[in-house]
Design a protein around this ligand. Structure first.
Ligand code: UD1
Ligand code: PEP
Length: 427
């Protein structure tokens, strides 16, 4: 099994780093390729990640011809005359995000069968909002044999208020509404940059989506959609991870083409911690201070502090001077990395969704395991600060969302290597 080995305690990251296209944008964009009934769709800046392979497999399974050119980071799909109705367990069990094919398959076929995604290590992750949104548009939904089956002779527009601004539900409902009759008004919608990226692609495909990036999205149904070309937005979570890495290692790193607007809550917290943030022509430079100051952080839906940066920010609080509280409000079980960090010397008390962190260390290298995607990145960041050798296992989580993470860190000066690279998952 692959492992990352870090020799830490002396790392000062320096240089510049390129960031990939966003995992959380490209997965729904790939799902949107189900919608066009004519033409070719070209997605550029597609990251080489195991989740992308999984979504590509789902799309191909639906009879949509798809070619992934890894040299060019491009996916090309051809509109299918007839799209299959079923996304099987085999794929959905590998990646929860495959649930976002439900809306587009239903929109194209009037009938969709998607395996129930189930929970994952960070929480139970129900899909009630996806289902209620589709029901509001006239879909009949049944659960049978581990599948959700959705049927609608003709989806229609409606008003739907989401109890919580779910990212996936917003994407599913938006895509279902593109080909519905009439106007869909989605209130308390998610506002993430990845939602805006999806709306931009849908509009280029001929849809009529307005308000993405605000809490009310209005989708006027159109007769049909066509292929187009689209550049996937930058991964703000990968960018943020390198920002935190620079901050934790007294580093000086230029995050190329980073978008300040997409990482505002993180940048503001890093500034409070004493980190220098400089906007340059080519990106954002992050300079870590000699000693980081602790700050309290609470995760929230965008534009609040992203839950996908919580583990990495917890690693930063661990090395910062002082006590801090991390409150996780989005997922109910997203503190497993703390247990692994304890093995490296972390002192933290967890009470429900709140962790009190006594920062400052000292930290020593240890053998730890990734428990989820962002936990793996956070453990590697702490490993760069801890004295001695840290070994991080279960890299299948890391490969879902980071492309050549260890190589990028090594290029910035970290003493890090990955062993058994041949067995690595597609990457
Ligand atoms: C592929 C992708 O883009 N994944 C991101 C997406 O996940 P995802 O789209 O799954 O996240 P959601 O925004 O839907 O979930 C947020 C919260 O809402 C709850 N919920 C969601 C749907 C629903 O029908 N009912 C319900 O109760 C979830 O259990 C969770 O507690 O947004 C999350 C929140 O920013 C990120 O951490 C994930 O990285
Ligand atoms: C939780 C994440 O992703 P997913 O929703 O794909 O599990 C993440 O990207 O941190």
């Amino acid at each position: 099994m692959d492992k990352i080995i870090i020799n830490g305690g002396h790392t000062q990251l320096k240089g510049q780093v390129e960031i990939e296209g966003a995992k959380n944008a490209v997965l729904p964009l790939l799902a949107a390729t189900i919608l066009p009934s004519e033409g070719e769709t070209v997605l550029r800046n597609v990251p080489i990640l195991s989740d992308v392979y999984t979504m590509n497999a789902v799309i191909s399974h639906l009879n949509i011809p798809l070619v992934f050119d890894k040299q060019q980071n491009t996916v090309v799909t051809q509109a299918a005359e007839s799209v299959a109705i079923e996304a099987p367990y085999e794929y959905v069990s590998q990646m929860r995000a495959s649930i976002v094919v439900l809306g587009p398959i239903l929109a194209r076929n009037g009938h969709a069968r998607v395996s129930m995604p189930g929970g994952c290590t960070i929480g139970s992750r129900p899909i009630d909002l996806h289902i209620r949104g589709l029901q509001a548009m006239g879909a009949e939904i049944t659960h049978n044999g581990g599948f959700i089956e959705a049927k609608a002779d003709a989806l229609h527009g409606a008003h739907f208020y989401m109890d919580f601004p779910s990212v996936g539900a917003t994407q599913n409902i938006m895509m279902a509404a593109t080909l519905a009759k009439g106007t869909m008004v989605l209130e308390n919608a998610a506002r993430e940059p990845e939602i805006v990226d999806l709306a931009n692609l849908l509009n280029k495909m001929g849809a009529d989506v307005k308000g993405a990036g605000t809490d009310t999205i209005v989708i006027k149904g159109v007769e049909k959609m066509h292929g187009t070309t689209h550049h996937v937005v930058q991964d703000r979570i990968e960018a943020g991870t390198f920002m935190v890495a620079a901050a934790m290692t007294q580093g000086n790193v230029l995050i190329l083409d980073a978008v300040r607007e997409h990482n505002r809550p993180l940048l503001s917290k890093l500034s409070e911690m004493g980190v220098d943030i400089i906007q340059e022509e080519d990106g954002i430079r992050v300079i870590g201070p000699e000693t980081l100051k602790s700050v309290n952080v609470k995760t929230l839906p965008h534009p609040g502090f992203p839950t996908d940066m919580q583990a990495q920010m917890t690693a930063a609080q661990a090395v910062a001077n002082g006590e801090s509280t991390m409150i996780e409000t989005v997922f109910e079980n997203r503190f497993q990395h703390l247990e692994e960090m304890r093995r490296m010397g972390l002192s933290a008390d967890i009470s429900r969704n709140s962790a009190n962190i006594q920062g400052g260390g000292p930290f020593s290298g240890a053998e730890v395991r990734s428990t989820d995607l962002r936990a793996s990145a956070a453990l590697i960041l702490l490993g760069m600060v801890a004295q001695g050798t840290t070994t991080v296992g279960h890299l299948e989580h890391l490969d879902r969302g980071y492309y050549k993470f260890h190589e990028k860190l090594a290029k910035l000066g970290a003493d890090i290597k990955r062993i058994n690279p041949k067995e690595s998952c597609h990457v």
